[in-house]
Design a protein around this ligand. Structure first.
Ligand code: UT7
Length: 314
């Protein structure tokens, strides 16, 4: 019997893009009854980037993908497959992957979208602000637009690349974070628009409690089954939904403070975009080197939960 030995996958390049327009806490103070101190204390967010009208997820994705390709010295036609991780596709169909393939000129690549909310990047990128109700202070202070792209290819040996992953879904959390309108259950009508059903609805406390508990649990599990301690991690790159969720996980895992990557102050929550954007921050700050042990983690709508352990490959 022949045994096929499959090489580990490794991230060989990273590119990110955020639209230039900034929405600061001071701007939001003029739009809803909120203030900078509340937002900083409760979430850790100072500002976020917002795409202009007419700019779609595929545009952000293409800009990020071009940077990743150029970093690796590849042409779009070198790509074999395109996975777009988004909860805000340009349209219901065709998939955003098809639009990215065309805009990028990635002739020969196939692809599909992956919808797992904030966990989608860890499961396998994103424009969300048009789904945000800028009269609802509970949600409009949190989200921003941005995208990241990585190139995945076989690792030369086992010293770098993906080591392990754990992914979970708990559908009982579906009612805590969702956009009710526009699907087959509530197709768009005047009524769904009048009832603001095409915006994000969130029970913040329920999501917060679940995220604090579950993110730590899944990280503990992946560390344990690989014989690792929190202090072994060189870079903890979690989903950036709330600074307090990140620090709670870091405390519980006993992570070294310098290993915890936080950039939510600059971008807010870009859902599936947060992990690659935080990777880029880690890299720019010199906190990500070849061979580093990296732990990615996320909790998102669904609920979806994911953790990935890898060694940075370049
Ligand atoms: O990426 C997907 C996953 N999403 C998440 O992980 C989000 C998880 N949840 C959270 O991050 C937090 O629950 C929030 C940041 C959304 C809210 O923070 P909180 O500490 O849970 O606040 P809260 O909703 O319990 O509200 C506390 C108070 C309330 O006033 P009262 O009832 O105590 O008088 C709110 O009305 O803060 C009030 N409030 C605000 N005040 C100023 C809510 N939003 C705002 C605001 N500005 N923007």
């Amino acid at each position: 019997m022949t045994q096929s030995v499959r090489a580990r996958a490794k991230i060989s390049a990273l590119g990110t893009y955020v639209p230039p327009r900034l929405l600061t806490n001071e701007d939001l103070e003029k739009m809803v009854d909120t203030n900078h101190d509340w937002i900083m204390d409760r979430t850790g967010i100072r500002e976020r980037h917002i795409a202009e009208k007419g700019v779609a997820s595929s545009d952000l994705s293409v800009a990020a993908a071009k940077k990743a390709l150029s970093e690796r010295g590849l042409k779009p036609t070198d790509l074999e497959a395109i996975l777009v991780a988004t909860v805000t596709p340009d349209m219901l169909f065709p998939s955003t992957a098809c639009l990215v393939q065309h805009k990028l000129g990635a002739k020969g690549a196939w692809g599909f979208d992956l919808s797992a909310a904030c966990s989608a990047f860890v499961y396998a990128l994103q424009v969300g602000s048009q789904f945000i109700d800028y009269t609802d202070r509970a949600t409009c202070v949190i989200f921003g637009d941005g995208a990241g792209a990585v190139i995945l290819e076989p690792a030369e040996d086992d010293s770098v690349g993906m080591i392990d992953f754990i992914h979970e879904v708990d559908g009982s959390g579906g009612c805590s974070l969702y956009m009710p309108g526009g699907g087959s259950l509530h197709p768009a009508t005047h009524e769904t628009v009048d009832k603001k059903m095409h915006y994000v609805h969130q029970d913040g406390q329920a999501v917060f409690k679940f995220a604090v508990r579950k993110q730590a649990e899944i990280c503990e599990k992946i560390l344990q089954r690989n014989g690792l301690k929190g202090s072994d991690i060189d870079a903890f790159i979690p989903h950036q939904a709330n600074r307090r969720i990140i620090t709670a996980t870091a405390d519980r895992l006993g992570l070294r403070p310098e290993s915890v990557i936080i950039n939510i102050d600059r971008y807010g929550n870009t859902t599936a975009g947060t992990v690659p954007l935080a990777m880029d921050t880690a890299r720019q700050e010199g906190r990500l080197k070849k061979g580093d042990l990296v732990l990615l983690a996320s909790v998102g709508a669904g609920f979806t939960v994911g953790a990935t352990l890898l060694r940075w490959a370049y």
